[in-house]
Design a protein around this ligand. Sequence first.
Ligand code: ADP
Ligand code: GLC
Length: 486
Amino acid sequence: MRVLFATSEVFPLIKTGGLADVSGSLPTALQNLGVDIRILMPGYPAVLNKLTNLQAIATFDNLPVIHNAALMMGTIAETQVKVMVIKSAHLYEREGGPYADANGLEWLDNPVRFGILSKVAAILSGPNSPITDWQPDIVHCNDWQTGLTPAYMKLVEHSQAKSIISLHNMAFQGCYAPGWLSTLALPSTNFTIEGFEYHGQLSFLKAGIFYANAVTTVSPSYAKEIQTAAFGFGLEGLLSKRGNEIKGILNGIETDEWNPEADPHLVKNYSATTLAGKKLVKAALQEKLGLHIDASAPLLGVVSRLTHQKGLDMLVPILQKLVDAGCQLALLGSGESALENAFRTLAVSNPTKVNVTIGYNEPLSHQIMAGCDMFIMPSRFEPCGLNQLYGLAYGTPPIVNATGGLADSVVDTNIITFKNKTANGFVMSEASPTSLLSCIKQALNVFNNDANAWKQIQKNGMTQNLSWDKSALEYLAVYQTLNKSA
Ligand code: ADP
Ligand code: GLC
């Protein structure tokens, strides 16, 4: 089975969020199952620098807008997964992130940057591919950035391969003015409700959902939620037409990268049977961040994009109460400036209790995950979420809202779940500051008063199998079903 995995970010090459984690680890797990998989992504400078054995393997000379581009292939040293990159200095080699410049402003030519990514994926799967010795059976697309691929495959390239799109977040759809249609050489006859038109705009994500042979998303709960108006971001009608076909497959974690027993970013490694080591990591984190070094002070952790989705605005009005009750907070993240400022202000007024790092910092994210006692993730919606899974693996019970992948991976602590040893965190009853406060108080009650019970909750999470083993098999089953279909 040959699979082309098209994506816009891949850890450890380039990362803005969970999509990179998934695009780094799922192809590795599939490769270990015997799938002949290649990633396709844009040739951002970091990607060109980090791949090993990078070589030009083909050229395209008939692309929209840029006409020519080279295709290069290299491998990710850590996993030996092959990555094909589109080399176009004009489109991808610039300072800034994959989607926006250093000030957070989206690149104005994103429709071309990701239109070309989508188009190249489609060409590689069809009769006009410049690569003759490797044709995929399956093209696996991810999010809006590769949403046009299934449309190009079906309408333009007449590809025989099957397409699948995985939805990682319905909040981002890639909707652009209709003028882009001709620029991207898409057939205008399909600019209708039964095609890629969405409220008068060209929608990359709708194109993917409409034309893909299979649609998956990253948790079973989110698969149901996105068929409702509250979570479908306007595409719930189209999604509910595909109904039961939409499969929710919970993300796994890369256990080589996120494992407290072998994490190089920690002063001391630990496991479910050597939890004492976690205390040293906590003390080191408190010291590093200028927090009062106190083993008994409950240390709350946050690593997150600071956006409406993540619900951290609910933590702002209750944080002082928690600090007054003895808690500390270590927060790492960036996003909406009002929220960044609100947390900065709380840090200034509580210098030894609240530490706020605005920015992106890979080592610190591991240290917070390991050094904190609880991980706070009150998301309003969460397609899967990886941080709560990292919290489980690191003995840092997550405190979450009951939505999407959070609901599918965190088991609230109560008498029954504690007895049957499934309790691994704390789940809010609704998305509100009051509910978050009462949920954290329940966790504090156990943490402060019953060390053995707390240890049991930590161990329940740490001994779960959170790896890709099971989920990669589910993707393989989807590929196999598609391969057999007409
Ligand atoms: P999302 O992709 O919606 O942001 P996920 O929980 O799926 O949420 O994944 C987020 C990923 O990005 C995790 O690997 C997390 O550790 C990482 N991350 C988020 N913010 C930061 C940050 N400021 N510094 C380092 N890593 C971060
Ligand atoms: C998106 C979602 C997140 C998910 C990630 C990877 O960024 O917001 O919930 O874990 O994709 O699938």
